[in-house]
Each structure stands twice: as C-alpha cells, then as structure tokens.
Ligand binder design. Structure first.
Ligand code: AMP
Ligand code: GLY
Length: 412
C-alpha cells in the first residue's frame, strides 16, 4: 500500500514513521529534513490512501477534493471538519446529540449588546471562544468581568482574530481536571484508541507562562482507567457520530474529544477533527498491528480492526525556538540529533526543521523537535527523553524540564 501523509509537523513525522512499518509512505509538503517528502501538492500525488494531519486543510475541504477525484482519504470532509472549524456548529450538534456540555450562547458581530447582556447573566469564570479556528489561542478563561467584556468586543470587531472571531461563544465556566480521548471513525461508528495522553500547554515549568501549541506530552496517564474512556465514548462520541449520520455527514477520520471532569460529571469541551500534536507522537508509535490497514478500513467505511496499544510509556519533550510562541527566531544550526537517536529508546520527530545548503539541520519554526523516550515505565521513558534532549542544542533553544514529572519540579 502507498500512503500519502499531508502536513509538515512532528505529528505528521510520527505518522510517516508509524505507517512505514507496513506501507510505502510519502509526505507533502514535509520538509528537506524528512527524506520521504515531496513538493508535489496532494492532488498530484499517486497514492492508495491519503492521511491528512492538520485541521486547516480538512476545514478547507482537501478531503472532499481528493475524494471527488476517486481517492481514499482518512480525514473528514469540510462538513464534518466543522466540528473543529465552528464551535457554534459543534455546540449545536452535541446539544442535538444529548452530550453534556457547558451552557452557552452564540453571538455574531451585529449582536454585541446581546452578547454583553448574556455575559452579565453568567457567573465567573467567564469563558469566551472564537467560533472559528484560532490555532488553539482563541479561548479566554477569566474571573474578571471587564476583561471578558473587552475580549468579546475586540473579537466581535474582528480586531483580535480576524473573521474567526466575528462570532463568539460565551460559555459557562467549568472546573475540574481535563481528559482527552481519540477515536477512529469510518462514517458509521467510532472505535476508541485505547490509551490516554497528557499535554502540557503552557510555555514554562509548573504550567506557567503563555499558552502554546503544546510543550510536551506523555502517555498513558497512569491514573486513567480504560473503563473511564469507554464511558466517555458512550456519553459523547457515539451519540455525536449518530447525530452526524442524521445530518448525512459521513465522518471518516479521527475524533479527538476534550472533556472537563466536573463534580456534575464529564462535560465535553471540544472536538478536534485530527490527532493532537504532540499527543500523536506518544501514541502512534505504540500502536500494535498494521496502522495503515486500520486507516484504510476507516477511509473505506469498513473499520473492522480494533486498534490496540502496547504497554510501554512514552514522553515527548518539545524543543522550541527562542521567542516562541510570540516571535520565534529561526535559521539556527541544530546539533546533536544523531547522538540523541543513538540512545536506546529515544526517537526524534521533526516539527519545524529544514536543511541548509551544507546539508545541516536548521530550525524552521516555533516548535522545532519532539524528543521522545519510550520504556516500560513513565519514569524511565522520561529519563531517556531528557538524556536525549541534553545532547541536542542550538542557539536560543528552550524547553520545559518538567514534562511527565509527577511532582512538577525541575531536573537538571
Ligand atoms: P477548547 O479549545 O474549547 O478546548 O478550550 C481550550 C481550553 O480552554 C480548554 O482546554 C480548557 O482548559 C479551557 N476551557 C474551555 N472551555 C471551558 C469552560 N467551559 N470552562 C472552563 N475552562 C474551559
Ligand atoms: N495538543 C493539542 C492539540 O493538538 O490541539
């Protein structure tokens, strides 16, 4: 089987590596640092299966375009991708499906006064979300009423997030730990990927500093039982797939569901229509069996192989450029990757890497490398990841030293 992965980040590199166990794989656009890369656009690539990594091409309808040309695609069409592309639409779907979720109101640019009135009826914490895609940065959670009001005004005016903010969702603030799951769907049903992963979204140790795309991740979360994930599938994922079917949406791809475990039970926070990044980097390599075949079955609407995951733990540490997340400085030569890869249990995925004319790896993005450790326990996996990290360097490299630490203290 020949598989074409669409994307260029660490998640897509992990896809390439995992799929290569059983298939011939190419990636577009990938990067000069990933040998399987091609600069042909997806529609010019000849492949039996297309796997689309990021949300933007899904929301923009790449899967529809490929399917209309007779290709098999793992990834929803633009209709299903609206679960991530429009929070107002997602709320409407899950409400119709009877999935527990925060109370909310949805308002557009012409309804600023009504939006503020609705805000006044809520109690803190106030939660304001852009309707459209905002790279994970469109959500404000605050106890301060004036900040919430100002955020609504600037979002609706299109000043902070452009058109993505011209509709906002104002939500009841929930409290509790968060939990995510991944399910694979074939248009008729959804099957759990039976493991859990914990992302670290803040830039700094101890969950301090600005929000990022994710600074590291580990899997599995030791406290999470399989039965909890099965319950969340029953409460949220299966009813949502049924509701999508009611709306004639043939959803073939990943459903990534994020929950808050409140005192009143689990509440759905969001759906993403793709694997998490960097969650994929600590889940995909641990999948047993033929991953390409599972994705093909889903793409064909006939998923019969149940995904299983081995018992190892994995930790990934994101190495980022100086200035990330606001203004990453790129173009520095990266040293030490080969030495890191020589460590037993270590792997490295390229998230923002290019090559210069001398063939050296250079930084080419905010998040640059995902350095992973894999072992029989979380502690061992973490030690391997950080041992590998210590061999890698470039000017201005930054990373968290507490990824996967049960007590969030620094290691040196
Ligand atoms: P979302 O993109 O909708 O998942 O929101 C991003 C993050 O904002 C979540 O991971 C939560 O940490 C937080 N968040 C979202 N919705 C709520 C809510 N209703 N109450 C409290 N925190 C929330
Ligand atoms: N790591 C979170 C995400 O991919 O949205």
């Amino acid at each position: 089987m020949k598989v074409c992965v669409v994307g260029s980040g660490g998640r897509e590199h992990a896809f390439v590596e995992t799929l290569s166990r059983d298939a011939e794989v190419i990636i577009t656009p990938g990067s000069l640092a990933v040998p399987e890369s091609t600069d042909k656009p997806p529609i010019e690539v000849d492949a039996d299966l297309f796997v689309i990594g990021p949300e933007i091409p899904l929301v923009d309808g790449l899967a529809d375009e490929l399917r209309s040309r007779g290709h098999k695609v793992f990834g929803p069409g633009s209709d299903g991708a609206l679960l991530e592309g429009s929070k107002a639409w997602m709320k409407d779907v899950v409400h119709a499906a009877g999935v527990p979720t925060a109370r909310y109101g949805s308002f557009e640019s012409s309804q600023v006064d009504r939006a503020i009135e609705f805000l006044s009826s809520m109690s803190p914490p106030f939660v304001i979300k852009t309707d459209g895609l905002a790279g994970g940065k469109g959500v404000l959670v605050t106890d301060n009423y004036s900040d919430a009001k100002a955020d609504i005004e600037t979002k609706l005016a299109g000043l902070s997030f452009g058109d993505a903010g011209r509709r906002v969702i104002i939500e009841e603030g929930l409290r509790g730990p968060e939990l995510s799951l991944f399910a694979i769907c074939d248009g008729q049903k959804a099957v759990l990927v039976p493991t859990s992963a914990q992302d670290h979204k803040r830039l700094g140790n101890g969950d301090l500093g600005p929000n990022t795309g994710g600074m590291g991740c580990y899997s599995p979360i030791p406290e999470i039982q399989r039965s909890q994930l099965d319950d969340l599938m029953e409460i949220a994922v299966h009813p949502t797939v049924e509701e999508l079917k009611n709306r004639n949406i043939d959803y073939r791809g990943v459903l990534f569901a994020g929950f808050m475990m409140t005192e009143d039970g689990p509440k759905l926070l969001e759906f993403n229509v793709r694997f998490g990044d960097p969650e994929a980097q600590v889940i995909l390599p641990r999948l047993r069996g033929n991953f390409a075949e599972i994705l093909m079955e889903a793409a064909e609407g006939n998923l019969s192989t149940v995904p299983t995951v081995d018992d190892d733990a994995m930790v990934t540490v994101v190495l980022a450029s100086e200035g990330y997340p606001s203004k990453p400085i790129t173009g520095h030569v990266i040293l030490g990757v080969d030495a890191a890869l020589a460590i037993d249990g270590a792997s490295v995925y390229f998230a923002g890497v290019d090559k210069n004319e001398n063939g050296e790896l250079i930084t080419n993005g905010g998040r640059v490398l995902n350095v992973c450790g894999r072992a029989s326990s979380l502690e061992k996996a973490r030690a391997i990841a950080y041992q590998a990290v210590e061999l890698i360097s470039w000017e201005g490299m930054q990373y968290r030293t507490d990824i996967g630490a049960s007590v969030q203290t620094e290691i040196d």
